[in-house]
Write a protein that binds this ligand. Sequence first.
Ligand code: TRP
Length: 338
Amino acid sequence: MSEQQQKKLIFSGIQPTGTFTLGNYIGAIRNWKPLQDEYRCIYCVVDEHALTVKIEPAKLRQKTLEAYAQLLACGIDLEKSLLFIQSHVPTHAQLSWILNCSTQFGELSRMTQFKDKSQKHPDDVNAGLFDYPVLMAADILVYNADLVPVGADQMQHLELARTIARRFNGRYGETFTVPEGYVSPLGAKVMSLQDPTKKMSKSDENPNAVILILDDKDTIIRKCKRAVTDSETEIVFREGKDGINNLLTIYSAVTGKTIQEAEKEFSGQNGYGKFKIAVGEAVADHLAPVREEYARLIQDKAYLKKCYTECGAEALRYSQRILNKVYRKIGFVASEIR
Ligand code: TRP
């Protein structure tokens, strides 16, 4: 990571939930790449957060490596940015303990994601699930990140991170940067292909609802052809045409054309058949290099190891300085061990 201190620092994390969806890609990951030219960027595969729902050890290990390789394949450039695995950098978990003591039970109880997830998994409402937002705050604050690209579903967590930072600063003196949310001008929300009023989600039971970034061309085209639309024939972006709006959004995101340009391109077509195929082809062509690069990277375990080791070591060095300062401020006795 370059040491140009005048550049703002971005931090973002992503859970290793398996192959990323086109929704993850267009909404988040794709935008991480251009940010690297304007900001210092720190990106992290958050395997500790993934532990808050039951997962087989072998699965967690595999998904973490796959997520790491997918992010590299999507264009994270280690000449410019850091990309590492959360559990390799112990300062996050260390800071989260300190921040726990500046966070109220009531605040965590109000988090909508906690409420949703504990309803979904009533048999495993573990303390980690409850404490999830504090670890997320630690991820961000342990680097004094200025900006955090997050989707709408994580805004409440980011707001809590800001509250914790301000509270800590108030109590112990200026220590943390209060991070801002970063909404990418390119970001777009991708909806389910089978129910375009719902967000495209990995956990959808219907595989036709979701395009994965490693799907092959035929699969992508097939899923687009089956996309639920409406009974009209006109390809325009308009309220009430959720399916078509979604396909236009996707098409625009992967081709770089505006929605208006896309509408023009397909105007006069009677019916959606050709349009759906064109969307599928555009998505598949756009993702082809990602798929190829991923296939190469995931074979090269030695290279992946070198990347996450070097980045993790640098992230540790950087965050250790900030953690040491926190330890001093709160009154821990100085230690030669750290
Ligand atoms: N909670 C985020 C999500 O599920 C992932 C995450 C963990 C994160 N730590 C973070 C995102 C820090 C931004 C910054 O999407």
